[in-house]
Write a protein that binds this ligand. Sequence first.
Ligand SMILES: Nc1c(/N=C/[C@H](O)[C@H](O)[C@H](O)COP(=O)(O)O)[nH]c(=O)[nH]c1=O
Length: 363
Amino acid sequence: MNDEYYMEFALSLGKKIVGQTSPNPPVGAVVVNNGQIVGFGAHLKAGGPHAEVHALNMAGEKAKGSTVYVTLEPCSHHGRTPPCADLLINKEVSRVVIATTDPFEKVAGNGIKRLQEAGLEVEVGVLKEKADEVNEQFFHYIKTKKPYVTLKSATSLDGKIATASGESKWITSEEARLDAHKYRHSHDAILVGVNTVLKDDPSLTTRLPVEGKNPIRIILDTNLRTPLHAKVMTQNDANTWIVVGKSVRREEKEAYLNYNHVEIIQLTNETINISELLHVLAEKSIMSVFVEGGAEVNGSFLKVGAVNQVITYMAPKLIGGKNAPTAIGGAGIDSLEVALPLQIISIEKIGPDIKIISRVEDD
Ligand SMILES: Nc1c(/N=C/[C@H](O)[C@H](O)[C@H](O)COP(=O)(O)O)[nH]c(=O)[nH]c1=O
C-alpha cells in the first residue's frame, strides 16, 4: 500500500475523538510493519497516553523496524506524559510519517529534529490539509489563545429565525436539528443568551441516537435572569456556567451556588465583553465554543469578529415580516469592507433543508 492509505486510518481515528481531548489535540496513530497493521491508537483524553503510546503498546515487539503514521508531529517536551519522540526512538521504529506539524511553540519542529538526529527516517506532510482540518480547533486555540467559535443558525429561506410573533418551532427539520447535535458533541461548550433560555428553556445537551458528549452550557446573562427552574439549572447532566456583568451583587448569586453543576463567571464590565469572555474561557481550557444564538448573541460575536466557522441550516420556508428576527441581530457591521472573510466549504441537503458550512480564511 502507500503512505496515504495508512494515514487515512490514523486521521479517521483522530477525527472520531474531536471534542474529547481538550485542551490537547485529537491525534491518531497507526503502526505498520512488513505491510501489516500491527498497532493503532488515539489520544483519548487530556492527561492520558498519547496516540503513539497506545499504538506502540499494541504493536509490542513489532514496533521495532516499523513505520509509524501519526496525524500530528510527535511531542518532544515533557507534558503530563513523557515525550513521544523519545518513545519512538527507544522502540527502534525505523520510519515516522507525520501529516502536519504542531504550532505549539514547545513542539514546533523539535519532535521532527529529535527523530532525525536519532537516525529515524521522517516524512512530513502526508494528507496535511486533512490533518489541519481535524486539528482546526486546537491550532486556532494555540495560535490565538482564544477558543475556536462555531456560530450556528437555523433559518427560513429568507433568513428568519422566528415569526414576528416569536414562533420558531420548528423552522428546520428533525434531521437538521439532529445534525446540529454533532457540533454539541465536538465542541467543549455550547453558548446561548438568557433570552433563549427564557423563551425555549433548552436543555442544550447532546442527544444523538447513540451517546455523545455533553458540552459545558454557557449562558450569557448580564443581569442574572436565568430562572432557577430552567432545565440548565435543574438538569445536572452537563455543567452550566452563567456569565454575568459587573453589577450583579453577591447576594443575588447565592441561590445559584447551591447547584454543584452551576458556576457563575462574573466579568469586569456592566455588559458582557465578548473578547474578555473568550479570554476567560481559554484560561479555563475551553478550546471550542458552539454558539447557538439567539440573534443578539450572534450579533455580539460578529461585532468583534469572533467567528471561525458558521453552520447555517436553511429550511424551504418563507416567513417574511420586517419585525421577524433574522439570525444575526445587534448593530451589524457598518460597511461591507469589514465583512468576515468567509469561504463556503460545503453545501448539502439534510432532509428537506440545506446545510452550509463556511469558515473564516485561516488567520
Ligand atoms: N427553532 C429552531 C432551533 N432553535 C433552537 C433554540 O434556539 C434552542 O437552541 C433549542 O431550543 C435547544 O433546545 P434543546 O437544547 O434541544 O433542548 N434550532 C434549529 O436547529 N431549528 C429550529 O427550527
